[in-house]
Design a protein around this ligand. Sequence first.
Ligand SMILES: [Zn+2]
Length: 764
Amino acid sequence: MQSASAEHVLICVAWPYANGPLHLGHVAGCYLPPDIHARFERARGNKVLMVSGSDEHGTPITVTAEQEGVKPQDIVDKFHKINSKALIDLGCSWEPHIDPRGVEFGGSLFNRTSDERHKEIVRTNFSKLLDAGLFERKTMKQYYEVSSDGNGRFLPDRYVEGTCPKCSSNDARGDQCDECGATYESIELINPRSKMNPDNEIEIRDTVHFFYRLDLFQEALELHAESRQKVWKSNVKAMTKQWLDMGLRPRAVTRDLSWGISLPMDDPEWDGKCVYVWFEAVQGYSTCAKIWSTEFASPAGHNMGDEAWKNWWNIAEDGTTPRHLYFLGKDNIPFHTVIWPALILGLNHAESGKNSNDKVELPNIGEMALESNVPAMEYLMLSGGQFSKSRKHAVWLPSFLERFDPDTLRYYLGINMPENHDTDFNWPDFVEKINSELIAAYGNFVHRVLTLGARLEENPQSPLTEFDDAEITSGYRSKLEELHASITESLMKHRYKEALRYVMNAAQLGNQMLQNATPWKFLSSQSEDSTGEYQTQRINSLSALSFGWRIARFIAITSQPFLPFSASRLWNSLGQDGDVSLVDWNSAIDWSEEMTWNTEKPEPLFKRLDLEEILASEQELVDDNQNNEQPGHGVKGGKKKSKGESKMTEEIEGIEFVNFDTFMKVDLRVGKILSVEDHPNADKLYVVKLDDGTDNGRTICAGLKSYYTIEEMTGKTVVFVSNLKPRPLRGVTSEGMMLAADDGEGNVKLITVDGDIQTGSQVR
Ligand SMILES: [Zn+2]
């Protein structure tokens, strides 16, 4: 690995709120993508520091604690433990804390905001910003609850309920209504009452708070946003623009609450108030890096000791900016493109001795850098409804991991990642994708290579080595080299779904290669047909099998960011030494690598999933929770699931009959492929010109690129649907569809006609 040119990459992972277990929606949106990315950057030789932790302050936690009659600290201790374990069980690389390549390469820390060191840094930053005049004092109105003994307390929005001023629902929360989705100032609420003590009197009182002068950063943030227009995804651009267009206003950094970080002021005026949770949790990205430095990097001998974090945070003397990538769900975008950057700029400003009269500048050398990209995700929906922690409509990560191989979830969420639009989780689709993609393509391919190899009579220590032939397999080599470039490019662009698709294409290519080469016919070196012909065929066939080993090694390395557990098992099955996650990314296409062999009997990588079994156990879990206070939202799946369930059962058992009239409506005809070209905007599609028996012919877009070359397709007589409604596919209108057979194991064959017949002939 070339450490000289290695980049410093800071992977910032949104801080999960510690008042409940993580669900699959969180994983797809926030926690899996950064781990995939961190693993990819490490494999490329970069120096990666990954930071996150539990967000442990704020009112949702105090509400839960009061409802359960325990201390807030008990709640956060419990969920910090559960969630950090679940993330590690999912294979997220939060351990070890120091990169196995050496501490200069970074590491990771999943910290928590109740850490005293975090609190101390936040208080110091608070004072710096205050002293630089970047806060202003304001008096605001807040609900105050008077208890029967005459004492009382200010009520945060979550502690107030009442009638919605918009829709008159009676269960509206302090500042928003779940019924109609409206948000409002809490003093607009009709008939407000205390959530915890509805009988107590409630009044409006004045309270003094500090506000961060976001308005001072408007111009600098606009400049910054402008510089990111070619980088940010469209949802990130749109939401940031919306915020900047509204004009930034000062935002409260203190509140009337005791559960939080105490203020760095002694004046009794500030008693009972704390730092607002938004202001401190977001600073966790930098406090975590500092804590990592003192706790791990310095003791491990990092050459900068306690200051190691600066490598990942500050712009270097030579102007090199560390790459900062923030991973989060779409609801969190403005926090990371507007608010957190405004705090970073403010801290830079204050540290350079400037105050509110000085112009705010974008970061200079030696100062903290702003984000390089915020590849925010859309939502993963649960059978059509939004995952929600508070509404108990969710599949929880810890219980999922008790029952399934973590890589099955990583695969499903990877191939179904909500990158550009919301996607859906449902059990039938999960089972389908694992069985027919992950197992049928990836699992079966590598298993075939290993078991066939083991049956060869040649040198049992290394049966495939002597058939390793560069010339015979050169076509496959260049295909893999192309795939490698595509996977790399997709990952660089945070297109994880596409990247994983390319990895799977390698497995499909391998299956196709074995299918064509039929190595199982040539396992024996002896044959009744003792002519040289057999030996030549044998060498050709077994060269393909031998290359299958190289494809499997390619898959192990390139699938490692996505499927670390399976990649590691595969690596071992191939007889390779060491940890696959430490192998250089480009080594996947280093054809000079020595072919090793593991003489132990190969085990299948994955276990098939049984939909019926899963649905039955899900139903049990739903039943167990029937006495839940919100029966409409049974845990794990919710009632909406039944729709997807029955649909899938029909498909799987093939009992969905169509009547004859319906079938006859489909107009199938014979056509001849005149020409095939690559689709200009879609990597997997061909644009096919078809002689359909008419003068003009027709154009069809077909996803056959992984299965046929242009030459193989051209001239074939095929069957197509002629009355399918034309539709544009990425800028090319497709007028119909060609029929092909698919065995679900990566083999796809066009339906052709037995003998000559006029184009345009009807198929019945
Ligand atoms: Zn309402």
